[in-house]
Design a protein around this ligand. Structure first.
Ligand code: MLT
Length: 439
């Protein structure tokens, strides 16, 4: 059975050849006419960041040429699971190939063998005040973890440039298992007085199962399946804010751990992944104001009041997508096939049902009241936070579940950054006066 190292090694010559062809033969070909609007609009619409694992346009994202829906059909699932396996997705992002059953099993076993976080990081984690947000705790833990980077050691000891990707992959694989484990430890320390933070892992389990074990959710199939589904959806979405931040850090050869920390930092922004929490808080406020089973008219009135105050309705529209977010489909399927049973009458369960229903009626309300909105379709944030909340996760921790996944996906790009020898990102800055002078 081939390892991920073998598969990347085999793919590398053809990718290097293409890289060299594009760089040497087509360097002067115009790809896009950059407009003042592109510059004024936060580089919106500029196809200018080289990405190995996926490509985006207004229709959405394809991963090595395949849509999310196609991938959900062809990627293997973990034993006994209905969801796309995060390990299979990780393998695919790195390699562009669908792992067969033996490769998936072997890959998961390789990862399980790395399920050890340096003691220094664990001790540091345990020393943190529970008042510090979960995301800030993970960011701090990653800065300590950077002391153990195999990539940094290789760099310091003068490893050949064309071998650096192997050391980067070592760190990346360690982080794929380690980041969820340290996140679960943060959860245990913050919410469970440290209980289960050293619970025995299942060496034959996948990352999601072991994450659940350390969060005190051993045997909770719905929760483990939720994590598998969520992680496999959020690994990569092209040059979004957190991934772009990591791409920039990576381009300067920042080590993998600090690169992950940089992505988590920008991920907290409410216009980016912080929107998951914004949407959840908005929905909680809505339920508090109009109850868990309001009429469509009451929902419309509530939304109009939000708009009158000049606020946006979180969870609708997207910086790039102009139609329904494909990531919502698996989330909706999950909600429909695995209803919250034991807490069905709970506040969280009722809110989830309301928000799932709202995502079918709010786009039309927004279309009528905000005609300038380019897209009123619900995005993944409209439901994902609510779903995790309904499965018992505290709001503060939800962003970390997303962060683990985004980090897993970006590490594939990080390794290819090194393998292809991509240059440092260094655009020119331009002032409005300089733009005016060119017109
Ligand atoms: C994401 O996946 O990070 C969000 O949908 C934001 C984006 O893609 O720009």
């Amino acid at each position: 059975v081939q390892t991920l190292f073998d598969v990347i090694e085999a793919r590398l010559p053809s990718r290097l050849e293409l890289f060299s062809k594009l760089t040497k033969e087509f360097s002067d070909v115009t790809l896009h006419n950059m407009t003042v609007g592109n510059v004024m609009g936060g580089m919106r619409g500029l196809p200018c960041i080289l990405w190995e694992v996926s490509g985006t346009d207004k229709a959405g994202i394809t991963y090595h040429g395949k849509s999310l829906r196609e991938l959900q059909e062809v990627l293997p699932k973990w034993r006994g699971s209905d969801q796309t396996s995060p390990e299979a997705m990780i393998w695919y992002l790195y390699s562009g190939s669908i792992p067969n059953r033996a490769e998936l099993e072997q890959f998961a076993a390789d990862l399980a063998a790395r399920a050890e976080v340096p003691a220094e990081v664990e001790e540091f984690c345990d020393s943190l005040s529970p008042d510090i947000s979960s995301t800030a705790q993970l960011i701090m833990c990653l800065t300590v973890w950077a002391n153990h980077s195999k990539f940094s050691d290789a760099l310091m000891s003068g490893a050949p440039r064309n071998k650096l990707w192997r050391y980067a992959l070592e760190d990346a694989l360690d982080s794929h298992v380690g980041t969820p484990l340290i996140s679960a430890r943060i959860y245990a320390n913050k919410y469970r007085d440290g209980r289960d933070r050293t619970a025995p892992l299942n060496p034959l389990g996948d990352i999601a199962e072991n994450f659940a074990i350390r969060m005190g959710r051993k045997g909770d199939t719905d929760f483990t399946e939720l994590i598998r589904m969520y992680w496999s959806l959020h690994m990569d979405h092209g040059a979004n804010v957190s991934a772009h931040t990591m791409r920039l850090s990576s381009s300067a050869w920042t080590d993998p751990y600090l690169t992950l920390a940089s992505g988590l930092i920008s991920g907290t922004g409410v216009l980016h992944a912080g929107a998951i929490m914004q949407a959840l808080r908005y929905n909680q406020a809505m339920v508090a104001a109009i109850g868990p089973e309001p009429s469509p008219e009451a929902v419309e009135t509530y939304i109009c009041r939000t708009l009158e105050k000049g606020h946006v309705v979180p969870g609708y529209g997207h910086a790039l997508l102009r139609s329904a977010d494909p990531r919502l489909e698996p989330i909706t399927r999950f909600i429909n096939t695995r209803p919250i049973t034991d807490s069905g009458s709970s506040e969280q369960g009722k809110m989830l049902r309301l928000i799932a229903h709202n995502s079918t009626i709010v786009p039309d309300i927004l279309r009528r009241h905000v005609p300038r909105m380019k897209s009123t379709a619900p995005n993944v944030d409209s439901l994902s936070g609510c779903l995790m909340y309904a499965h018992g996760l505290d709001i503060d921790f939800i962003l970390l579940v997303m962060g683990c996944s985004r980090g897993m996906g970006f590490m594939a790009q990080y390794v290819w950054d090194r393998a292809l020898g991509l240059p440092i990102e260094r655009p020119l800055s331009v002032t409005m006066d300089q733009i005016m002078a060119k017109l």
